[in-house]
Ligand binder design. Structure first.
Ligand code: ZN
Ligand code: ZN
Length: 393
């Protein structure tokens, strides 16, 4: 029986499993129930299960007829602090928490792949490691899982992950060669001036006026200091300051995100910000404090593994259903940490369906995906594993 048929036979169970997760979403590092459901679903398949790895994380090893090579597949399990506004029977039952990014789908797909591959273990020319990780949406579960040995014993040769994409129609897959996602660093900027009466600006230092100049200067940093062929995004996401209409604010606090694709560009940004903002503040008699917290690194797919994933997906879906993305996204993913250590590929799985009204972007309170994507995901992932184990890259 071909993989697509096998995956289709699982459809009912996949949908049920996914809807159960969807009803009971859990935030990062709190995926206790989800993690238990995953282990229960893997029960009886003959996998070696390690838990806990990084709190709620699960690593399950399927040994085939030879111990190596080893392909790892990864799914994230966490939900978001968003109120579910969908009117469907499987809507979230947890107030203010929702699977608005499709991680319930990713988890379900990995369970499905484990089911299929466990059924053909005698023919598997290698081993498969299933990594279920917590907290992709933050603070990050990939790095702690790596630190707790998720990629060792046995060592992983290649790693593959996927993300449901609402922009891509269900039935399609998109692959990107090389740099696919951005580094995401967070910053906090405090501007300190001197308070005073709104009618007497000359006796005060207006932290709000200084902040306005700082925000504008940040965009000049992007447009005038960085090579324009190296994308950089600096977004100020929050700004807080002031007390009253006739009071000059003494202090403003801003928070934002810095996105970069290139490692050396990334490393240089905090110093550039400090110099520029420090200069702006000094010129206006104010001062700044800037903290930059490094987040996920850029996500870089291995070209050969990406090509292998593309070939496998084409076997399942046909060449017209597999796109090669001509540009990266400035979004970030902690799958990047795995890719810093092991060659692999993170690809996009279509989940959108305009006819069914499944059009909302990720992190939207009405986000959903077409559950046919579960079948497609299981079939494609299974094919990827078989091809990597059998033929390599
Ligand atoms: Zn997300
Ligand atoms: Zn996500």
């Amino acid at each position: 029986m071909d993989l697509r048929e096998q995956a289709r036979k699982l459809r009912q169970e996949l949908v049920q499993f996914r809807r159960d997760l969807h009803r009971h979403p859990e935030l990062g590092m709190q995926e206790v129930r989800t993690s238990r459901k995953v282990r229960e679903a893997l029960q009886g398949l003959g996998l070696e299960i390690r838990h806990p790895v990084a709190n709620t994380g699960v690593v399950a090893l399927l040994r085939g007829r030879s111990p190596s090579p080893v392909v790892a597949l990864r799914a994230d399990m966490d939900a978001l602090p968003i109120q579910d506004r969908k009117e469907v029977p499987y809507a979230s039952q947890v107030p203010g928490v929702m699977h608005a990014c499709g991680h319930d789908g990713h988890t379900t797909i990995l369970v499905g792949v484990a089911r299929i591959l466990a059924g053909m273990r005698d023919r598997l020319p290698g081993s498969v490691k299933f990594i279920f990780q917590p907290a992709e949406e933050g603070p990050g579960g990939a790095l702690p899982m790596i630190e707790e040995g998720a990629l060792r014993d046995p060592d992983v040769d290649w790693i593959v992950g996927l993300h449901l994409s609402p922009e891509l129609p269900v039935g399609k897959v998109a692959v990107r060669y090389g740099v696919a996602g951005a580094a995401a660093d967070a910053f906090r900027l405090v501007v300190t001036g001197a308070g005073g009466h709104g009618a007497a600006p000359h006796r005060a230092v207006d932290a709000i006026a200084v902040s306005a100049q700082c925000i504008a200067a940040l965009q000049t940093l992007v447009s005038r200091e960085v090579n324009p062929t190296d994308p950089v995004v600096i977004t100020v996401g929050t700004i807080h300051g002031g007390y009253r209409h006739n009071v000059i604010a003494d202090r403003v606090v801003m928070e934002g995100t810095i996105r970069t694709l290139d490692r050396s560009v990334r490393d240089g940004i905090p110093e550039r910000m400090r110099r520029l903002l420090g200069g702006v503040a000094e010129a206006m008699r104010a001062r700044i404090e800037l903290e930059v917290e490094r987040g996920y690194p850029p996500l870089v797919n291995d070209e050969r593994v990406a090509a292998a994933v593309r070939r496998s997906a084409e076997k399942i879906l046909g060449p017209d259903k597999v796109e090669v993305l001509d540009r990266p996204t400035m979004g970030a993913e902690d799958f990047a940490y795995f890719l810093e250590r092991v060659p692999g590929c993170f690809f996009r799985l279509g989940g959108g369906n305009e006819e069914k009204g499944i059009i909302h972007p990720g992190h939207h309170p009405e986000y959903d995906f077409d559950e046919e994507a579960l079948v497609v995901g299981v079939a494609v992932m299974s094919q990827v594993v078989l091809d990597l184990l059998g033929e390599g890259v």
